[in-house]
Design a protein around this ligand. Sequence first.
Ligand code: AMP
Ligand code: GLY
Length: 422
Amino acid sequence: MNILILGSGGREHALAWKTAQSSRVDKLFIAPGNAGSAQAGTNVNIAVIDFEKTGSFAVENKVDLIVVGPEDPLVKGIYDYFKQTPGLQHIPVIGPSKEGARLEGSKDFAKAFMRRHNIPTAAYFSVIPEKADQGFAFLETLNPPYVLKADGLAAGKGVLILNELQEAKDELRHMLDGKFGEASKKVVVEEYLSGIELSAFVITDGIHYKILPEAKDYKRIGEGDTGPNTGGMGAVSPVPFATPDFMSKVEDRIIRPTVEGIRKEQIDYQGFIFFGLMNCRGEPYVVEYNARLGDPESEVILPRLQCDIVSLFESVVNKTLDAAEVSFDPRAVTTVMLASGGYPGDYEKGKEITGLDKVSDSIVFHAGTKIVDGRIVTNGGRVMAVSSVGNTFREALAVSNKNAAIINFNKKYYRRDIGFDL
Ligand code: AMP
Ligand code: GLY
């Protein structure tokens, strides 16, 4: 088969790397891809939200399956576009419909879905400008800190956590006034959940699901989990505190009710569900849903997946996922993200990356990289994820950290403390 993967990050390089291992694949395309995905397949210069160009490329190149990496095209309805456009209907898309992607694209939709299906999550109240007073009143019923979430996608910046009630009221007002544009014209005010976070993943055909390995992501830029949030600076899988007992609570209370809810509500969903979870003294709560795999979680999950990912995608399309064989490497995988100095604020691009030929025992997944005149240069804030396997996560981390030090570019930055809290 010919497969097209959409996206350009470490997640998409990892998807391309895993897909390229399948004997089912003839041609593999990645749009737009990066310097790493170019080693697994052929990069195609099409933006992930350009559905028309994606469609004509897919037809001209006899693409049999499209795998969507990031949320943007999903929330904008790429699944529905292929399903509804004559001439494209025979090309299945791995990713939920626009309706399904609302689990990520609208915090209010996700919270109401969880409420309907009794899925444990923080208490909340959704506020629109005309009901600001009710939002202020709800805030007064909560204990600090206060959590405010823009309803829509806000490039990972739409969640504010505030310590003072007055500050929270002022920020709620600013958000409703358009601090994050249309995304914050509705705001979810939430109870604060205190605990330790982890990410769980499933692949689903809308009826059945298979649980993928869980992971823990390190979101803050600074060591010791300090400073601003980033897309993710490193990850480990498995997660030591995700014990069989805890994970069975996650499956019973969260995963199964979510997939059953999707089925009962007749939401078209064939793809990944990412459960952002909080472990509050051994009890799991949903912090957020995402309609895709995580990044950098993919860079630790996909190396653990031992089965053929293309067969898995085929059983999703055929709705026979219940019969699919899924197996994982029980060993630990860690990843350490190399970032451009200044990220998540301003940073420079175009720095030559050296030392890749000296890396041993790690898989380097590219994120913000591109090839210029035959040289690999930086092209984003998160540049590459150095993934390693070990018998324990500490063993794996030692290898990731060794190679993170060998790869070089001007103003390289990485956290040396991934896994410090485990
Ligand atoms: P979200 O985009 O919903 O995942 O929120 C971003 C981050 O804010 C999460 O990864 C958590 O670290 C934090 N967060 C969100 N909601 C809550 C909550 N109710 N209680 C505590 N922390 C939260
Ligand atoms: N690493 C978090 C995410 O992919 O949203």
